[in-house]
Structure formats: structure tokens, C-alpha cells
Design a protein around this ligand. Structure first.
Ligand code: FAD
Length: 389
């Protein structure tokens, strides 16, 4: 029976010292004051180019990152495979959005798609669109308030070519690719390109996956539009559901600029929207594929029960559960143990480049109510269990 409290399964691959280190780390992260101070210190250190690896590598990096390169991630891929969990290698360097940074990110992402073709323990490739262009351009195109200059038109065309190049490489390699979702002000342009890529490359099966942030109250109508379009034009949309990572910034921005808040009115409304989206895709699974990224136990139980209720195979390749490396192992490993498809996002990049991602993880663990408490409780229960046995 599926039970996320089974810590023996959750931490089977962790040594005693790894459990202890994770416990210490989450204990520090539960203090918002320390995380805030650490964030500020890291930002200063980055500016003055003060070395950070000595403190970050044995702590946050070790817990949440697979390594610096694709090859480094092999040990995680193999370890996850032992528990029937697949990997999704995510090049998490936050690009400097310079021509060199953009080119380097594009090339590394292409390498990650090729790496996935050769390795059946990798479930998906992934990319974050803003790392292959600039926020300014994405924002201007998305908001449609101002006319683009000729240079911007050319730059946006080139961004579209890079975007399609990644999707086409995934298609040629028969590798599914997730397009991460970003801030509201950047997302329209991303949605339009993703829709086009799905029409182009998802003719026989879902290759390109759109990410829908269900904290946005306009996402169910968008999901219905995707479905109707797919039926009309004959393709198979891939849908990745998350709740959304940028709520505070979104509310602030909407308030300052003076447009309606795009986020659901409260957590319950987001949860209901999330459930409705997941149910819709499962009920139309002959036409769509589902990737559900969440650390919420209830959402994971609900999807597991829904799969059983709809009499689908637990390991139908059309449905994957997903959590981030270093978080919610109790969910990932217990789901996999019960025969459901699970993939962990395994971020990789050099310490300096992945720091913004790590700081977001640290902040998320202080701000997502109950999450750190749950990690600590699980780790503690497993250490106690091992002591007794
Ligand atoms: C595998 C994976 C991939 C991800 N990819 C992306 C991505 O591409 N883009 C992205 O934006 N995020 C992404 N995320 C992060 C995700 O959007 C969430 O921020 C994070 O997972 C926390 O939500 P939860 O469902 O896990 O947990 P929960 O604790 O159940 O939910 C917390 C979330 O609920 C929402 N929420 C909280 N309070 C309120 C409120 N008062 N009103 C309305 N809504 C509220 C917010 O979205 C908040 O982050 C990803 C997460 C995972 C696990």
C-alpha cells in the first residue's frame, strides 16, 4: 500500500552520515533569518568574486545538485535507477543572457538532449526558455504593449530558431522535452512558441511538454484550448503541471504596474485548479501525456488513486510523477516502490552558475509551509528506526 511515511523505503539509498548531513542542512534552512543572511552574503561574494565552493559544495550543492557536468550526474542516475526512479537532467546555470552565455547554454542543452537519447534511465530533457534569450525581449513580446524595433524582431526570430532547434533535436532523438514555465510577464511568448512546437513535433506522440502553473487562474481555459487545438489538428500535447514558483513577485508586480493579479485568490483555489487540470489530462490520456511536478503529498496520493480508479497501468509511459533531487524522497521512492513512474529533476552546473537555483531552493524550504518540518520529521524517524534495528 502506498504510504509516504515509510522512511525505510524513502531513504534506502542514504548512508547514516548522509541522513545526518541532510538533517543538519534542513535544520539550518528552517530559519528564514539565516537563509536571508546567507542569500545576501552569497550575492556579495558573487559580486566581489569571493570563492564560495568551499562552503556551498559540501552543503546545499551536495543535497540539491547532481554535479558540474552530465558525466558527474551518472552516479545519481545509477543510484536512482536502483529504486526504479528515472532522472531528468536539468542544466541549471542561470545564463548571463549575453550572446556568449546564450550560446553556451544552447550547446549544453543540446548535449543534454543527446545524452538522454543514449541513456534509458533519463526520462526527459528540459530547458528554461529565458536562458536562451533575454528577459527584456521576452517581456516586450509577451506584453504586446510596444512595437518591436527591427533589431528586436531579428533577435526574437533567432530566439524562436534556438527554441525550435532544441525541440527538433528532442524529436529526432525521440526524447521528451519539458519547457519550464517562468514569470507571468515572460510567459505569453513562451506559450506561443510551445504551442507551435507541439503542433510541429507531437504528431505521433508527446515530445514537447508545455508547463502550466496552476496558481494562475487562466490556466484551465488554456488547457482546454490546447486540447481542442490538438483534436482539431491531430497531435498529442504533453502537459507538465506545477503550482508555480513566483507567487510573491507576481502579486507585487501586478500591484505596482496596476494589472489584475494573475494568481488564484488563495492556496485552496490553486489546489483546486491543480487537481482539475490533472484530472482533465488523466481523463483524456488517450490524447495527452502528463508530467506532474509537486512536493505536495495530497496531490501525489490523488494522482496515484486516480490512475488506479481509471484502471490505467501504474507504469503507463504517459504519466510521470516528479520531485526535485534532495527533496521529498519519501514521495518519490514510495511511489516508485508501488510501481508508478517517477523522475527526479537532477540539476547540474558549476557552483557559481547554479547558485541562484540553490538560493531559491533554500528560500522555498523556509517559505513553503510545512515542507522543511516534514523533511526533518522523516529524516529523524529514519535515524531513530535504524538505531532501533
Ligand atoms: C519537478 C518540478 C519541476 C518544477 N518546474 C517548475 C517550473 O517549470 N516553473 C515553475 O514556476 N515552478 C516549477 N516548480 C516549482 C513549483 O511551481 C512549486 O513552486 C513548488 O513545487 C512548490 O509547490 P508544491 O506543489 O510542491 O507544494 P505546495 O506546498 O502544495 O504548494 C506551494 C505552492 O502553492 C501556491 N500557493 C501558496 N500559497 C498560495 C496562495 N496564498 N494563493 C495562491 N497560491 C498559493 C504557490 O504556487 C506555492 O509555490 C517545479 C517543481 C517541481 C517539483
Amino acid at each position: 500500500m502506498l504510504d509516504f511515511n515509510n522512511t525505510e523505503i524513502a531513504f534506502a539509498s542514504k548512508s547514516k552520515s548522509e541522513l545526518k548531513n541532510a538533517y543538519l542542512l534542513f535544520n539550518v534552512m528552517k530559519h528564514p533569518g539565516i537563509v536571508k543572511l546567507g542569500k545576501w552574503a552569497c550575492q556579495v561574494a558573487l559580486k566581489i568574486r569571493f570563492p564560495l565552493a568551499w562552503i556551498v559544495k559540501p552543503t546545499l550543492y551536495k543535497q540539491f545538485v547532481g554535479g558540474e557536468t552530465l558525466q558527474d550526474c551518472t552516479k545519481h542516475i545509477n543510484l536512482l535507477k536502483l529504486s526504479n526512479v528515472k532522472s531528468t537532467l536539468d542544466y541549471s546555470a542561470e545564463s548571463k543572457q549575453t550572446p556568449e552565455g546564450i550560446r553556451a547554454t544552447l550547446e549544453e542543452t543540446l548535449r543534454s538532449i543527446d545524452f538522454a537519447r543514449e541513456n534509458h534511465d533519463i526520462a526527459y530533457a528540459v530547458f528554461k526558455p529565458s536562458t536562451i534569450t533575454t528577459d527584456e525581449l521576452l517581456c516586450k513580446v509577451s506584453e504586446k504593449n510596444e512595437k518591436l524595433t527591427l533589431t528586436e524582431i531579428k533577435e526574437f526570430r533567432e530566439f524562436g530558431e534556438r527554441f525550435m532547434l532544441l525541440c527538433e533535436r528532442a524529436y529526432n532523438n525521440n526524447v521528451r522535452i519539458l519547457v519550464d514555465a517562468e514569470d507571468y510577464c515572460l510567459q505569453n511568448a513562451i506559450d506561443e512558441l510551445t504551442d507551435e512546437a507541439m503542433r510541429r513535433f507531437n504528431k505521433d506522440r508527446a515530445i514537447v511538454f508545455a508547463t502550466l502553473q496552476m496558481y494562475r487562474h487562466d490556466r484551465m481555459p488554456y488547457l482546454h484550448r490546447i486540447y481542442d487545438d490538438a483534436v482539431e489538428k491531430g497531435y498529442y500535447p504533453g502537459i507538465k503541471f506545477v503550482r508555480g514558483a513566483y507567487m510573491e513577485e507576481e502579486r507585487k508586480r501586478a500591484n505596482i504596474i496596476g494589472y489584475p493579479d494573475p494568481i488564484c485568490k488563495d492556496k485552496q483555489a490553486t489546489d483546486d485548479n491543480f487537481d482539475a487540470g490533472v484530472r482533465f489530462v488523466v481523463e483524456h490520456i488517450d490524447r495527452m501525456e502528463l508530467f506532474m511536478g509537486t512536493h505536495n503529498e495530497t496531490s501525489n496520493y490523488k494522482l496515484a488513486f486516480l490512475i488506479d480508479e481509471q484502471k490505467l497501468e501504474r507504469n503507463t509511459p504517459r504519466i510521470f510523477f516528479s520531485q526535485l533531487l534532495g527533496m521529498s524522497d519519501n514521495i518519490s521512492f514510495n511511489l516508485a516502490h508501488e510501481g508508478y513512474n517517477v523522475t527526479k529533476y537532477v540539476p547540474y552546473a558549476k557552483v557559481r552558475d547554479v547558485l541562484p537555483y540553490l538560493l531559491r531552493r533554500a528560500e522555498e524550504n523556509t517559505s513553503v509551509a510545512g515542507q522543511t518540518g516534514r523533511e526533518l520529521r522523516m529524516l529523524n524517524a529514519e535515524m531513530e528506526r535504524r538505531k532501533k534495528s
